[in-house]
Design a protein around this ligand. Structure first.
Ligand code: NAP
Length: 250
């Protein structure tokens, strides 16, 4: 079983108590001793002797990325991890990290609502790494299944995400996604994921439902041509895209 799966997990943050809004602020901590404790804890909990890809969840301003990359190199030499990467990383940090220990993957937010990391795609390709796109469905907004009257329960982060605050403001964007999906006989979720893949990134949609997992996996059957992607991007550029969690349209 272990040889048939690849395990990616992360290190380098803890959560502070909620400020009352429901969100738990992230506290970065990449001190080398903490990284070592994290990897040992993950190996023990996962009951395995190696992690395929180990990602730094957020940069720690107190610990230079070169120092983190050095620890990653040691863990690779020890066989505890096979490769490493960074989440929510910018180009300069990525390039600095690469000079110490080559990076296998980065994990940044990317969706039709969150396009500000697109300039990193060619950089990641140049470095021979992989771009993993998190929240590729804009936390579910792009699936066009949430609706204006949705209510979110306790602990559901969507309650504090800007894209769900004024649902009607997404009307133009969702109409575009619906129209594009119909062209490919696909669901809005599948079309959104196909767009991410056409950009050269690997989307990791989250779902608690097996039927949605199957629906999302079927997005791999949709091939968007370069011309189609260019047309979609041009349409997105002139479409009202409301603020999305994690940033704003730029
Ligand atoms: N590196 C980071 O800092 C970071 C930050 C955020 C997230 N992530 C990772 O990214 C992954 C996905 O991100 P995410 O969960 O924030 O957002 P997402 O994948 O954009 O959206 C997930 C939401 O979409 C719904 N959904 C998924 N497929 C659907 C479908 N086919 N039809 C209708 N609704 C659908 C899910 O609801 P149901 O569960 O009800 O299906 C869920 O509410 C997570 O697993 C997480 O590990 C990483």
């Amino acid at each position: 079983m272990r040889d048939e799966v690849q395990i990616l997990t992360k290190f380098g943050i803890r959560f502070a108590p909620s400020d009352g809004t429901g969100a738990h602020p992230i506290v970065p901590d990449a001190r080398p001793a903490g990284i070592r404790a994290s990897v040992e804890g993950s190996l023990r909990r996962l009951r395995t002797d190696h992690i395929d890809v180990y990602l730094q969840h957020r940069q720690d301003p107190a610990v230079p990325v070169e120092e983190v990359a050095g620890v990653m190199g040691e863990l690779i030499a020890e066989g505890k991890i096979l490769g490493w990467g960074l989440s929510e990383v910018d180009e300069s940090t990525l390039r600095r990290a690469q000079t110490v220990t080559p990076v296998a993957a980065i994990e940044n937010r990317l969706s039709m609502m969150a396009r500000w990391h697109e300039p990193l795609l060619p950089v990641v390709e140049e470095l021979g790494a992989q771009f993993i796109a998190f929240s590729p469905l804009a936390n579910g907004l792009l699936t066009d299944t949430v609706g204006a009257n949705a209510s979110f329960g306790d602990g559901d982060y969507r309650a504090v995400m800007p894209q769900f605050r004024d649902y009607g403001a997404n009307a133009e964007l969702l109409a575009l996604v619906r129209r594009l999906a119909a062209v490919h006989d696909a669901t809005p979720a599948q079309l959104s994921l196909a767009w991410v893949m056409a950009k050269g990134a690997v989307p990791i949609p989250g779902s608690r439902k097996p039927e949605r997992l199957r629906e999302n996996l079927a997005a791999t059957d949709i091939v968007l041509t370069a011309d189609e992607v260019a047309d979609i991007d041009a349409a997105l550029d002139v479409t009202a895209v409301p603020e999305v969690f994690g940033g704003t349209k730029s």
